[in-house]
Design a protein around this ligand. Structure first.
Ligand SMILES: [Fe+2]
Ligand SMILES: [Fe+2]
Ligand SMILES: [Fe+2]
Length: 372
């Protein structure tokens, strides 16, 4: 029986060993997904298949992204900094791997959405079965190469060139990423522009941005038809994200500043109003494009250097873990059904104009007047 929380062969004093162990799990859970989807072919699932599907989906949803973060945030940057003649060659392979992690994210999202739909309905339409099989095949091919390059080239070279302090810090970062230890306040950037180590609040919310961006890209991905599951998940996720920022993060910063809101708070709240207004009508190519455009600038203000997330972490100081825990415990936000019609569209346009999104407001006008 495979358990997500089962102990790994290596511990975090041997972070490269942990990364290799994770590859074995990726292989096992991917094979589990392939076996279930090939045996059941979109039909009713036996209790055993249902458990396997649920477990594998959960592994890729919760545990696998930490492996990607371990490599992208803890390992690859340290390799880049090391001066060794073989590094340039391996780094080229690493750059391809980072691109592959991006592609894998999209396929994982497809597998997750379709797998959950299968669990919910106990069946999957034939075209979705094909979509699921194609995504799983692409992941299988990608991981085969990815894991081979990392296990045979990247990890052995890392063992050779990283010093014991680097290895120890990597292990601590990986432990902290899994919430297995109370994180010390990360080292901050210096006036001379030293490296900023993002803290748990930053990582939690910027990963949520990436997840929501990927869902947004799926909403109209298939022949212009709305993907209702992706759309519902995007909408619920974004409303919860906004609520976490407004009710927890911005208020926490305001309290720590003696009641004075962050200078950027008014702008972010106005953006949130525009974003929430765009979630009211049934999505159209225009509302999706407007959301993309607004979120690109908005997320950059939050995640960028010296941005809202970093400022909030600095203000929280040693209590950053507590702030992170409160975000993780935030409740879901109930989403009402979509409402359409000229009044709603006019209200959405006004909310966009109020927040200074004139271009986006005008892009909606055409669609509504055409459909009026
Ligand atoms: Fe890996
Ligand atoms: Fe926000
Ligand atoms: Fe955000």
């Amino acid at each position: 029986m495979i358990q997500i929380g089962a102990p790994l062969a290596a511990d975090f004093t041997n972070p490269l060993g942990v990364l290799s162990d994770c590859h074995r799990r990726v292989e096992r859970f991917l094979q589990l997904l392939i076996t279930v989807s090939e045996h059941a072919q979109g039909g009713p699932l036996s209790a055993e298949q249902r458990d396997a599907l649920r477990l594998a989906l959960r592994y890729f949803r919760e545990a696998a992204p930490m492996h990607t973060a371990d490599e992208e945030e803890s390992l690859f940057p340290r390799l880049r900094r090391a001066a060794h003649p073989r590094v340039a060659v391996v780094l080229r392979a690493v750059e391809n791997l980072e691109g592959e992690h991006e592609a894998a994210r999209f396929d994982h999202l497809t597998v997750d959405l379709l797998g959950r739909r299968w669990l919910a309905n106990d069946s999957l339409p034939a075209e979705r079965v094909h979509e699921l099989r194609d995504a799983l095949r692409r992941l299988e091919t990608l991981y085969e190469r990815h894991i081979a390059i990392e296990d045979r080239e990247v990890f052995p070279l890392s063992r050779l060139i990283l010093n014991s302090a680097d290895i120890a810090t990597m292990g601590q970062e990986m432990t902290r990423r899994r919430g297995l230890e109370s994180a010390a306040l990360p080292v901050r950037s210096t006036a001379a522009g030293g490296c900023v180590m993002p803290g748990p609040v930053y990582r939690y919310l910027s990963e949520d941005h990436a997840r929501l961006d990927a869902l947004l890209n799926r909403i109209l991905a298939i022949s212009g038809e709305i993907d209702r599951i992706a759309e519902a998940e995007f909408r619920a996720g974004l409303l919860k994200h906004i609520s976490m920022e407004e009710k927890i993060l911005l208020l926490d910063a305001q309290r720590r500043r003696g009641g004075e809101p962050l200078p950027v708070a008014a702008k972010l709240r106005a953006d949130h109003g525009a974003i929430a207004a765009l979630l009211v009508p049934t999505p159209t190519p225009q509302t999706v494009a407007a959301l993309r455009s607004i979120l690109a600038g908005h997320n950059a203000i939050e995640e960028g250097p010296g941005g809202m997330y970093e400022t909030c972490e600095q203000l929280a100081g040693a209590e950053v873990d507590d702030l992170h825990a409160r975000l993780r415990a935030a409740p879901e936000v109930p989403a009402a059904a979509h409402v359409d019609g000229p009044n709603i569209l006019a209200a959405t346009r006004r909310a966009l104009l109020r927040a200074g999104f004139e271009k986006e407001a005008n892009s909606l006008t055409t669609e509504w007047e055409e459909s009026a």
